[in-house]
Design a protein around this ligand. Structure first.
Ligand code: GRF
Length: 199
């Protein structure tokens, strides 16, 4: 199966998936890494692994949908069957989501449905929860909302800082994201309404 990964930043989750493919844990090919940020370190990681990259600048497009049409065109050209969002800091248009219904995954650094949005770590820390952790979910039309695939609990310590908590949440992301991709590629994820059954 060809998969594509969309990133805007550092790309540590991308790296975990690249490593998973390289070792044979994920039986798939990464056909494309695309970014909306030409300076994303994720692009360097992709190039180092010999993966094709694509950079799109939102300023070159008149609307979100036009931007997404260009990405989708490239994804189709490469035969991508699964789209993995790994720190992609753009909302997808309904057009994109429809084109790849139930074939787009995202990772969020909190236990959804808690702490949606871009401040998942900070909001969890400030709320005083004792447990947080990453969520991998399918993407639907609402932000951080689609059916949940995997989650991992991470204990919040009394003396935690945002940086310390982020580091521990990230370490778990790097385990559950490759696992979720593997499960999808192997055809072992079955969506039943809001629930995802692992076969
Ligand atoms: C992760 O914390 C993920 O949960 C969020 O964006 C961050 C991406 O980090 N969606 P990286 O670029 O994979 O290092």
């Amino acid at each position: 199966m060809n998969i594509a990964i969309l990133c805007s930043g550092n790309g540590t989750n991308l790296q975990a998936i690249i490593d998973g493919v390289k070792s044979g844990y994920i039986p798939a090919k990464i056909a494309l890494v695309a970014s909306d940020n030409k300076d994303a370190y994720a692009l360097t990681r992709a190039k180092q692994a010999g993966i094709d990259t694509l950079v799109l600048n939102k300023k070159d497009f008149t609307s979100r949908e036009e931007f997404d049409k260009e990405i989708v065109k490239n994804l189709k050209k490469r035969g991508a069957e699964l789209i993995v969002l790994a720190g992609f800091m753009r909302l997808l248009s309904p057009y994109f989501i429809k084109e790849y219904k139930n074939r787009i995954m995202n990772i969020h650094p909190a236990l959804l449905p808690s702490f949606k949005g871009t401040r998942g770590i900070k909001d969890a820390l400030e709320s005083g929860v004792k447990v947080t952790g990453p969520t991998v979910h399918f993407v639907d039309e609402k932000l951080d909302h689609g059916p949940i695939i995997l989650q991992k609990a991470v204990e919040v310590r009394g003396d935690d800082t945002e940086e310390a908590l982020l580091e521990r949440v990230h370490a778990e992301e790097h385990k559950i994201y490759p696992e979720a991709v593997k499960l999808f590629v192997e055809g072992r994820l079955k969506i039943e309404g809001r629930r995802v059954r692992i076969l």
